[in-house]
Design a protein around this ligand. Structure first.
Ligand SMILES: [Zn+2]
Length: 199
């Protein structure tokens, strides 16, 4: 891209690194911003800068939050005896959207995957185990995705948590295999939570 100004190719490169965005889309987005007014581009850059600066991990549940502890962990009306373990922050949102769950969460930030060299230490599993030590939690609902990796993670967690004398459940079948929890429709997800089974 010899004739391309450096600022342009730099943004194209940055967009290309996003999931699902190839070089063509990256170029289209960049030239779209270039044609638009400068204010919009600056607003976008400010939003990007704030993304990391104004968020943090909740030290309790490891969800991404503005405050520590996060709103959910700080909410005393929520049941503290149940923790729903999910892979990603977006899964929390999906379950919240069902309006059926009024307890706590724990976000792993991924799943076990030997292929990608992601072991227990790469996930927020230690923080989860630490939350189970004071005897308050009586049930851990494992809501990892219905995929091979999600299942392997669920089995690993149940072997870890079960011996602590805590009930371990897994979301009911009915969720589409190989899919992501965040894409499950509200009804299916509600039913999966209501029909969870002991592992
Ligand atoms: Zn939290």
């Amino acid at each position: 891209m010899a004739a391309t100004p450096r600022a342009v190719s730099r943004l194209i490169d940055a967009f290309s690194r996003l999931p699902g965005i190839g070089p063509k889309t990256a170029s289209r987005l960049t030239y779209f911003l270039l044609r638009g007014n400068q204010q919009d581009a600056v607003a976008l850059s400010e939003a990007l800068a704030a993304l990391h600066a104004e968020t943090q991990l909740c030290s309790v549940c490891c969800n991404i939050s503005e405050a520590d502890p996060c709103e959910v962990c700080a909410d005393e009306r929520r049941d503290s005896a149940t923790i729903c373990v999910v892979e990603e922050p977006l899964d929390v949102l999906a379950i919240e959207n069902t309006g059926r769950y009024r307890a706590k969460y724990h976000v792993l930030h991924g799943h076990l995957s030997p292929m990608e060299r992601i072991g227990p230490d790469e996930l927020h599993i230690r923080q989860l185990v630490a939350r189970l030590q004071d005897g308050v939690v009586t049930e851990v609902i494992i809501a990892t995705n219905p995929t091979l990796e999600g299942d392997a993670t669920a089995v690993y967690l149940s072997r870890l948590v079960g011996p602590l004398g805590i009930k371990v459940t897994r979301l009911a079948l009915g969720l589409p295999r190989g899919g992501d929890l965040e894409y499950a429709d509200r009804m299916t997800l509600s039913e999966a939570i209501a029909g969870r089974r002991e592992m």
